[in-house]
Design a protein around this ligand. Structure first.
Ligand SMILES: Cc1cc2nc3c(=O)[nH]c(=O)nc-3n(C[C@H](O)[C@H](O)[C@H](O)COP(=O)(O)OP(=O)(O)OC[C@H]3O[C@@H](n4cnc5c(N)ncnc54)[C@H](O)[C@@H]3O)c2cc1C
Length: 257
């Protein structure tokens, strides 16, 4: 239950509040998840005035403030169209107007297409205090253990790789039971991520070219069984969706040639 509310005007004040152990504060993004949290008593530090909502380009990378609202990604010209498609599938208009990218990454599960796609483009997170940069693929498995800091400040990723995703849901409005996202860089480096099962998306493959993406997807979800789908269904379809992703990337490259 929230028993204290702070709305600092500067980033430094936010960090001071969050590092004060007596205050037991958590960062408040859009509050769509935190406001429903019942366990224990804690304070919140509202991030809306601390300037962590900017989106900017830096070389080949896009840098998004962790307190940027999800809807602001939809409006930005440098956000990849597949990321925008993922947002539209994952979120209602109300949620995307409220939720922040940082809050989404901290609390979304494996059935989030947005999180799966950002894992495929090798997103990197920066945490404070300090300037701890950690790749999303290294952070996700330990997300519920010790966080790298008190506040995620930036989420950044490569802008230019070809990026596609495919997914299966039991009905058009249902959440996905299987997601395959693939990114391919100009060098040939190919990285694929799977979602739809367990607590977080996972990396299926990160290699110098696209060989073996289908086998890696099959193997990564070898035991992926839960109440929503059998493991043999997930692994067979993951392999097919991975091939479909590669076909789509090849078609994109041909259309650009
Ligand atoms: C109606 C509804 C539908 C949803 N559908 C989906 C869905 O389809 N798929 C899915 O995966 N999830 C879904 N969710 C959950 C969703 O991921 C979260 O509710 C939401 O995105 C959290 O974002 P927020 O900015 O509101 O975070 P908050 O509620 O403000 O915070 C959530 C958590 O993140 C922490 N946090 C926030 N910002 C930061 C930061 N900058 N640094 C460090 N920690 C931070 C908070 O302390 C808290 O622990 C849904 C939620 C709702 C209410």
């Amino acid at each position: 239950m929230i028993n204290d509310y702070y709305r600092p005007d500067t980033f430094e004040q936010a960090i001071a509040l969050l590092t004060d152990v007596r205050k037991k504060c958590k960062p408040l993004g859009g509050g769509t998840r935190l406001s429903r949290q019942q366990g224990g008593e804690f304070g919140v530090v509202d991030l809306q005035n601390v300037g962590l909502d900017k989106i900017k380009e830096q070389g080949q990378r896009i840098m998004v403030g962790a307190a940027a609202r999800i809807h602001s990604l939809l409006e930005h010209p440098d956000i990849h169209t597949e990321i925008k498609r993922a947002i539209r599938i994952d979120t209602s208009e109300n949620i995307r107007n409220m939720a922040t990218l940082g809050g989404w990454l901290v609390s979304s599960d494996a059935r989030s297409i947005l999180s799966t796609v950002l894992l495929a483009v090798d997103a990197t997170l920066t945490w404070k205090p300090g300037e701890k940069r950690i790749r999303m693929g290294n952070w996700l498995p330990m997300r519920n253990q010790e966080p790298p800091g008190v506040l995620m400040t930036t989420v950044e990723w490569w802008m230019r790789p070809h990026l596609v995703f495919e997914y299966v849901a039991r009905s058009p409005k249902d959440r996905p039971i299987l997601i395959v996202a693939a990114a391919q860089w100009g060098s040939g480096r190919t990285r694929s991520a799977l979602g739809g099962y367990s607590n977080t998306p996972i990396i299926a493959m990160d290699g110098p070219d696209n060989s073996g993406v289908d086998v890696a997807s099959h193997d990564a979800y070898f035991d992926a069984e839960d109440q929503w789908a059998m493991a043999d269904y997930r692994r067979e379809v993951a392999s097919k969706l991975a091939r479909r992703c590669l076909d789509r990337i090849d078609a994109l490259k041909e259309s650009e040639a």
